[in-house]
Unconditional design. Sequence first.
Lengths: 870, 74
Amino acid sequence: MATQFRIVSLPVQGMTCASCVSHVETALKELNGTSDVVVNLATNKASLAYDPARLTLTDMVRAVSDVGYSVPATELTLEVRGMTCASCVAHVEGALKELEGVISAVVNLGLNTARVTYISGVVTTSAMKRAVRDVGYEAQERSEGADALDRERQAREDEIKRQGRNLLIAGGVGVIVMIGTFYDMLGPLQAFVPQWLSYKWVIGLLTTPIVLGPGRQFFTNSWRGLTHGVTDMNLLYATGIGAAYGIAVINTVFPSAGFGGEGATFFESAALLTAFIILGRWLEALTRGRTSEAIRKLMKLQPKIARVIRNDKEEEIPADEVEIDDLILVRPGESIPVDGIVKEGYSAVDESMLTGESLPVEKKTGDNVIGGTLNKTGAFKFNATRVGKDTALAQIIKLVEDAQASKAPIQKLADWVAGHFILGVHMLAVAVFVFWFFIGFQLFFDPNSSFILSPYKLGEIGVFGFSLLLSVTVLVISCPCAVGLATPSAIMAGTGKAAEHGVLFKAAEAIENASKLQTIVFDKTGTLTKGEPSVTDVVISKQSAVISSTDHRSLTADHLLRYAAIAEKNSEHPLGEAIVRGAQARGLTLVDTESFNSIPGQGVEAKVERLNVLLGNRKLMHERSVDICELAQEAERLEGDGKTVMFVAVEGQAAGLIAVADTLKEYAAEAVHHLHRLGIETAMITGDNRRTAEAIARQVGIDRVLAEVLPQDKALEVKKLQALGKKVAMVGDGVNDAPALAQADVGMAIGSGTDVAKETGDVILIKDDIRDVVVALEVAKATMRKVKQNLFWAFVYNTLGIPLGAGLFYPFISLIISPELAGLMMAISSVSVTLNTLLLKGFKPSMRREDKPQQGKGQPAPQLATAHGD
Amino acid sequence: MEHEEVEKEVARKSALIYLPISLGVALLFLLVATVFGNYPLVAKIGGTIWVGLLSLIVSMPVITARVKRQAQGK
């Protein structure tokens, strides 16, 4: 057979010279199945012919990447309408992935979106839309921000209206059909119902518009899919409804055909089955929108109007027309339109909607403000710094959307099962029919048997009618729509709930991994501690009294700190800066030194207000023969707590000591305590020496200390923990700890502020509050709990429903399920899954439930003391 | 345009495979029902149609997808 080569032109990024061209050309030529490879540096393109039987575009992309260049991929989100189940997801994904140039396609049933990564120039968006349409769905490019919100809401409302209208027709007429069918059993109510309503032909005439009107969607959609080689839920419904209607028509025309004779109609089965399936669709449309409420809430925050000051005049313009550096006025009660820096004015701003911070944040000149937050009290002006897609709110929305559009590993399995389910169910329906036709009916049929919850007796039914009913019931009852909805609906609700509290999960996989964590490793500096040393203790010695007597001044802790600060005023050493900050924080006036000398590696000496002040370590004191014996015990105790001690001598006498340490962040100990309550092991990773690290770990309550670890080895330490079989999270600075964050099963970047796009890590904690680690874990656990509950109920429904529908219990109970009852059960199963997910809306993390002012907790204030107990 | 032509070709080729398969399964059912049982004519014909229809539904997407993959050289 002759090889059918295809021509393709790939964009290649990163080529700068002829040698790059050669590398790329060689890499592509070396692939088995390519020919005529030509790489053009000017156009940054590689043109080649390839044999699709031997290699794919992904192979070529990988080959280019392997030699250090890249084939840039573009992302596109399509809104896909008409998907109802997990098999639809598989079909749409399959159709997109089949297109040449599409690298990946991820469909989210809950959001009705398909996120496609493709090589632009190889495949067009119109080809993608056509491919989706070809398998029976509608597709259009998704718009951004408010437009997307409007369109999404409009589409959802249209679907609710459409299914509501169908339900009204199918349900309303279905009830009349039901009344007509059971006319003989109405008793005294017969007086209110005309007898002609019970005539089979009338019931048939009433049922036909239900099947051909509201029920038509199932036939047309399933046919479109079938012709393109795909099967979905619509096929189950169509065969179910079609068969029930067919039985009814045959039984009406040929009463002796074996479907129950004159006494039975089966039109009510077709009518009510259609009505129940549509009821399920309608309820699903109603509830599915609510699981994505969080993202809509975020989108609603985007202000539409900005009051810009141009040429000294206030102008109201659309918020998306604000430009960087525009001066914007915000009055009390107004939303801040874009991100910026306050230029003048003072106010308190409610940022709770983005950061979860419950208290309004004070804003003054120079402070950052975030678009979408609410100005509470004063008016202020600010300069726009980030507009449009770059604002914090737009970034957060994008991140949450991306997370919701991604798939958790558990969902991939559920999708695969559901995707292959439909064909399996049809095969099962054949098997059930054949069994009851050839064997079961003769062995087990009981003329006195009936349908569950129905007065109908099956007495006159024949072998074909009985076998067909069971076969149809299997088709209807097996619908795996609940399985398809179980995971995405919970992931959507969970990511939304986390975002409400300032915790952003980047992907569904991060939620699943976070729920399984066993060990959390905290970076020390900047994560558990503030990353900035400050004065924690000032201790004066007994000899200070001697100094006081000689100088006629009483030496207090404040004096000591002030002398030290004046001596360090010109120092650039971090410890010196900490002392200066400590003195300034206490309102001490710092004059200039009369003389100053820095002693490298030891300390400083200075003349302060005619006094000789020496500040430094033990070595310095020994060299200058200053007796520090009296302070030695206290110094050792403080050093044991991980603090750095500096001795102060005045006029050659030991006057006291100052301890400086990196202080713990607020709530660090509380967060670790909560993690322990959740059964999580905690570890701290730092480059500090073990003694200091262990002192800090003791204060916080950390279980395991990984000390003296170089920054580049942090990832290795995480790997070692993983090698012990632990699921590890790393919490750290999103920029400095990037390798360790990437190595961990879950990387949490803390305190990123609102510039979320820059952050690495799977989870972003917007606030600098370490308790959000607990929030992230609790939300993840709650979400996965919902996923598991949903999957359990969905599978339980199918596991019990299918044997019941197939008549497995019939020999023992002489009851079978009617197709319409199967339809009702199916509708209830998918709605119950969505309603169970909606319970997540009421979830509140324990740290938020207990939220109350806890001043000073975890924040050691500088202790002022004397060595002799003053 | 080329895409549509490929789709038509795939549909034609697939039909040539799945129609005989489902017809064959249906006829097999009829044969078994006729030879091994004393079933009413309506049951035999109805059963044949139902089995044929379900066989069509099962074979149609499987065959179409396979033919499509072959046509795309995958």
